[in-house]
Design a protein around this ligand. Structure first.
Ligand SMILES: [Zn+2]
Length: 234
């Protein structure tokens, strides 16, 4: 049995490495479109009970889960109800690499073609105003998001503690290929010239701040995370 477990762990390690490397920044490769493990495709199940001849949604139907290492975690606020529709995600869609001069550190960062186009116009306009906008994260696959969780769970962190700051697999806007994190993607972004410029101009380029201060859903404020909300042409 011990050997079996060893083989399983080795397989898992190889899997995690692959999952992490495939879309890791600066790997020099186009992110492979991978089929997520079955449990990651688990959608909120809609159980419908027929009571007194009328259909009624059971409370259970509103529950959402992610499964990691065979353990099922109920997804709670603020993420509950905000699972990224797999039909809207960029898994399998055409992604393009951002020009190197937009990225920091110089890395291969992918977004949808429409996002790249709008971002290019916005970055150029900001530059004309003397403001440098750089991106350190764009498209992230379901598997990559999953690998973040697996690593942190293995380091002994609690799922709900991780979920305070990181979207559970299947809930990240980065999966859509339309969200970018601008440099510096931390609290020092607040009060920066870039933040001020975006506050006045991002709308013109169809970029919106996803997680605002005092969000009514309880999402943490992320002044560095912007999403292209224009109509996708790709
Ligand atoms: Zn982000």
């Amino acid at each position: 049995m011990r050997t079996g477990r060893g083989v399983y762990l080795l397989g898992l390690l190889i899997y995690l490495c692959l999952a992490g490397c495939v879309v890791g920044p600066g790997d020099g490769k186009r992110p492979a479109i991978l089929v997520p493990p079955v449990e990651e495709l688990e959608q909120p199940f809609a159980k419908v009970a027929v009571l007194d001849g009328r259909s009624k949604m059971l409370p259970e139907a509103r529950r959402e889960y992610v499964t990691l290492h065979g353990k099922r975690y109920e997804v709670r606020r603020p993420w509950q109800g905000h699972r990224v529709d797999l039909g809207l995600s960029s898994e399998g869609k055409n992604l393009v690499v951002l020009p190197y001069e937009f990225t920091y550190p110089k890395a291969q960062i992918y977004v949808t073609a429409a996002t790249a186009e709008a971002l290019t116009r916005m970055v150029s306009a900001a530059r004309n105003d003397g403001v440098i906008l750089q991106v350190d994260s764009g498209y992230r696959s379901l598997l990559y998001q999953r690998s973040i969780y697996l690593r942190q769970l293995q380091a002994g962190r609690d799922f709900y503690d991780i979920a305070k700051g990181v979207a559970p697999p299947g809930y990240s806007e980065h999966m859509t290929g339309t969200a970018v994190d601008l440099v510096p993607s931390d609290w020092t972004f607040h009060g920066s010239e870039a933040e001020k410029w975006l506050g006045q101009n991002a709308r013109k380029y169809d970029f919106v701040l996803s997680y605002r201060q005092n969000d009514k859903n309880g999402f943490l404020w992320e002044p560095w995370h912007w999403r292209y909300a224009g109509r996708a042409k790709d």
